[in-house]
Design a protein around this ligand. Structure first.
Ligand code: SF4
Length: 98
């Protein structure tokens, strides 16, 4: 699964793409794999502007009310994850309620 992600302070985020070994999106369409990287600096945040590389991350998703979800598998071509700074979480923006 190609995952573009705006949660730049996640340890798995490189230039706006996810490079985790596996991503788990929970029932509330929140990325549970997110881990804040306390070491990331503003300089690394600037890497967000670098060209993105295609990735292929295994995705497990239990958001059963999503249009794309079939038996805990995501049927979208790729997903976008956005930064919810207020709740300090990473939300799946591709989620569409059935
Ligand atoms: S927040 Fe989730 S989707 Fe984004 S880089 Fe981290 S693990 Fe990947």
């Amino acid at each position: 699964m190609n995952i573009r992600c705006r949660k730049i302070n996640c340890k798995f985020n490189h230039a706006g793409t996810c490079h985790a070994r596996e991503v788990w999106v929970c029932r509330g369409a929140i990325c549970e794999t997110y881990q804040k990287d306390e070491e990331k600096t503003d300089l690394e945040l600037a890497s967000e502007l670098a060209p993105t590389m295609p990735n292929n991350v295994p995705l497990r998703c239990t958001a059963a009310t999503c249009l794309y979800n079939r038996d805990c598998r995501c049927g979208a071509n790729g997903i976008s994850v956005i930064d919810d700074e207020i709740k300090n979480q990473a939300d799946c923006a591709t989620f569409i309620e059935r």
